[in-house]
Write a protein that binds this ligand. Structure first.
Ligand code: SAM
Length: 318
């Protein structure tokens, strides 16, 4: 059916993210020793502005995530929604920043691929076994449950089943919770993403939601981005919520979140530690500075908080 084709195109986007991250790390933009186990070859060259864009995305998201983990002293849980083949669990383990439990959710077929890689690659499975206390680690084709890491196959548009599965895997609504969605909500209709964001606000009293995705999509450059995806049968069903930074914030403000901020990635890029930015800018020559600026202006990080436990809100310049 059309829905199956559309969902399949959305599932395939996790390979884009992983191959781009794999390429950028092979050039030295940032370190990720685990991504090679999810995509074997470095693949075709990516343009320097794409690599810089991924650099800004990874540094920006990690900055907020790590700030939350430090503020809660890791006495918290993380839920990565639409995690794809993301390697954050292993980074946090290596950096001694592991939350009490790290959850990931994606479509069952994507989860099955991820679990297959974990099962067959000791550098991926070892840290999971090391952080598990008993012999019985639940690992089947569509889910993984260990003490600290849990991967769940579910459709994020089906809230009641999502809620049920997370609870079955020991989600604790009382614990400070960081929810993360990176290029995920944009593939869902505005009503589906609002329902998801609303569910999160209702479920947790102390939480932060970090969303990274497209913004400012109504201009010519945005139209071209949409057309490029459509050529691959991929529809940005949620593009309505990506018109402006305000429309990004509204999704959270209308669903029970207390405090919301959003920055376009050009602004984030200018706020990142400038010595490291200078280092990565020397990695590859970039002829067209304007192209990078345009690209960065069409993505944003939006973060929302609910803060019953008074942790204080995360800012970029802390
Ligand atoms: N967040 C990862 C990253 O940044 O590397 C992957 C990003 S990829 C562009 C989008 C991911 O969202 C895909 O893995 C896709 O399968 C997942 N996704 C999109 N819609 C979903 C839904 N309704 N239910 C579960 N997963 C979904």
């Amino acid at each position: 059916t059309d829905t199956d084709t559309a969902d399949e195109a959305v599932r395939a986007t996790c390979d884009d993210a992983t191959t781009c991250k794999r390429f950028a790390t092979s050039k030295g933009y940032w370190k990720d020793p685990y991504i090679q186990y999810f995509v074997r070859s470095v693949g075709d060259r990516k343009a320097p502005e794409i690599n810089r864009g991924y650099y800004a995305r990874v540094q920006g998201v990690n900055h907020l995530l790590d700030a939350f983990l430090r503020k809660t002293q890791c006495d918290c849980q993380v839920i990565n929604l639409g995690a794809g083949l993301d390697t954050t669990f292993w980074r946090l383990k290596d950096e001694n920043l592991m939350p009490r439990k790290f959850f990931e959710v994606d479509f069952p077929t994507v989860v099955a691929r991820k679990i297959h890689n974990i099962k067959t690659k000791p550098p991926l499975s070892k840290p999971i076994i090391e952080t598990h206390s008993t012999d019985s680690l639940l690992l089947d084709a569509h889910s993984l449950e260990s003490d600290r890491y849990c991967i769940i196959g579910a459709d994020l548009r089906d809230i009641s089943s999502l809620d049920e599965k997370l609870k079955k895997f020991q989600l604790n609504p009382e614990l400070p919770t960081l929810l993360l969605s990176e290029c995920v909500l944009v593939y869902m209709t505005p009503s589906h993403s609002s329902n998801l964001v609303h569910w999160a606000a209702e479920t947790f009293h102390t939480a932060m939601f970090i969303n990274y995705e497209q913004v400012n999509m109504s201009d010519r450059f945005g139209q071209v981005m949409i057309e490029n995806l459509q050529r691959r049968q991929c529809t940005l069903a949620g593009v309505e919520a990506c018109q402006t930074l305000d429309s990004q914030k509204d999704r959270f403000l209308k669903t029970g979140w207390e405090h919301v901020d959003a920055l376009d990635m050009m602004t984030v890029y200018s706020m990142l530690p400038q010595d490291d930015v200078a280092r990565i800018e020397r990695l590859e020559f970039l002829d067209e500075k304007e192209l990078l600026q345009q690209l960065l202006q069409h993505y944003n990080i939006c973060w929302a908080t609910k803060d019953k436990l008074n942790l204080g809100n995360a800012h970029f310049n802390v």
